[in-house]
Design a protein around this ligand. Structure first.
Ligand SMILES: [Zn+2]
Length: 455
């Protein structure tokens, strides 16, 4: 157990890939809150957004880059000048900026989506990385749809971008198609064939369409990848991304099989999961590994009996190791501010003194009415305090929310999201291909699909 374990970079894309998924959009203030929580969670890289996609996305990336200073802050860009320059504009004041450039490489994407040849693809990738590198030292490249790209051609593109200065090569299974043995073999092939690969970090970005995102990511790590891209609660396009908490805990619970370290702070996992769920309004699947409410529940009598005799009978990790609140801490009207503040933290909230006072006053009034204040009551109360119009059935009367209720000050002034989230610039796509002219609604949809390309 004392043998040196390889350090894996945890690249969190909850705010980009996750945020792009249906029902998970967040405003700037919410993104900032979550970015601060990801910082506490100890992720190495926060992909904060896709700056050219909308003014709101741009402002969010810029705000996160200016106040979250420990992790690397990454911004996504397609392989073209306007995207890369816009990404840099948003990132330039970050303590540790990273430009993440992507370009599809599979024949099906080249022919039908980009309408370019393989040679043009290599050239475009090379030029894009050169431009990004001229602005920022830390440059990541993703060949979109890598797992359906002919391996020989994939290696050719990767070699070109390594030569042009890419420092991380991310291999996306964009459509969630690969399986662990195949994905591991692909990483091995890349390590064997790409010239200069020893000087860059290989990364895995897996989607969960067949429920194998985490298994695929772990197979990539076993084959030599040293960065994993993942999201809290596994949110992301379609069936989602590899779940951060599952990857991290697989490594912690099975170091015999996965002898790797991450910088993730285990007891911040549950709070992160709760905060994301609360912000997006998307509940965590009850039986979700690690963060679902049933993940540590033992209902069957024989299990309960075993657990009482020795938790090891049915428990491979403790709830405390991932920050699940101690259920023995019951909140009632005699609970003090301290207990309340601890429970709030466990649920993903940190309040300054004034905001806590406000929550506490409401809590006491509520505890007067009902005996035990459960987590969902508390969450509703917090939501109600922060978003006076957000709750349809407030538990208690509303009071004017003070400004200090904004969590984790200092926070940059939130910019209202523009009503049209996507730029309506020149009527060509990023590759100069004219976009068809449509009525307004349809046009917006076309633009949206355009920006929802991702890795
Ligand atoms: Zn993705």
């Amino acid at each position: 157990m004392t043998a040196e374990r390889a350090r894996i970079t945890v690249f969190d894309t909850t705010l980009r890939d996750g945020e792009q998924s249906p029902g998970c959009s967040m405003n700037q203030q919410e993104k900032l809150r979550l970015a601060h929580q990801l910082d506490r969670l100890g992720v190495d890289v926060i992909e904060a957004g896709f700056p050219i996609a909308s003014d709101g996305d741009f402002e969010s990336v810029r705000a996160i880059a200016s106040v979250v200073r420990r992790p690397i802050i990454a911004g996504l860009a397609r392989a073209c000048r306007p995207d890369i320059e816009r990404a840099w504009e948003a990132l330039q004041h970050a303590a540790r900026p990273r430009i993440h450039v992507f370009l599809a490489t599979s024949d099906i994407h080249l022919q039908y989506k980009l309408r370019i040849t393989r040679d043009q693809c290599v050239e475009q990738a090379r030029e894009a990385i050169r431009l990004a590198k001229s602005l920022c030292d830390d440059v990541e490249f993703s060949p979109e749809d890598a797992t359906r790209t002919e391996p020989e051609f994939l290696c050719r593109v990767l070699e070109a971008v390594v030569e042009a200065g890419a420092t991380t090569l991310n291999i996306p299974d964009t459509v969630g198609y690969t399986v662990p043995s195949e994905f591991g073999a692909l990483i091995t092939t890349i390590r064997q064939r790409v010239k200069g690969i020893e000087n860059v970090i290989i990364s895995a970005h897996c989607h969960n369409d067949l429920g194998m995102a985490v298994a695929n990511a772990l197979a990539a790590v076993a084959a030599g990848a040293r960065q994993v891209e993942c999201t809290i609660n596994g949110i992301g396009e379609r069936a989602g991304n590899a779940s951060l908490e599952e990857i991290v805990m697989a490594m912690r619970v099975r170091p015999d099989r996965y002898p790797y370290e991450t910088g993730v702070v285990g007891d911040q996992i549950f709070a992160s999961s709760q905060m994301l769920s609360e912000i997006t309004g998307v509940p965590v699947q009850p039986n979700k590994a690690i963060t679902g409410r049933n993940a540590f529940a033992h209902e069957a009598g024989i299990h309960q009996d075993g657990m009482l005799k020795n938790p090891l009978t049915y428990e491979i990790m403790t709830p405390q190791s991932v920050g699940v609140p101690d259920s023995k801490l019951v909140l009632g009207k005699h609970s003090g501010r301290h207990a309340l503040s601890i429970r709030c933290e466990q649920l993903g909230y940190q309040f300054d003194r004034r905001a806590l006072d406000d929550i506490y006053r409401r809590f006491v009034r509520l505890a007067d009415k009902i005996k035990h204040v459960e987590d969902h009551h508390l969450l509703e109360l917090i939501r109600d305090t922060h978003k006076p119009s957000g709750s349809a059935t407030p538990l208690i009367e509303k009071i004017v929310p003070p400004q200090a209720a904004v969590v984790n000050a200092p926070v940059a002034e939130p910019t209202p999201e523009p009503s049209k989230p996507f730029p309506v610039g020149p009527q060509t796509n990023a590759f100069g291909v004219p976009l068809p002219v449509h009525g307004d609604a349809h046009h917006e949809q076309t633009q949206q699909e355009d920006y929802l390309w991702g890795v």
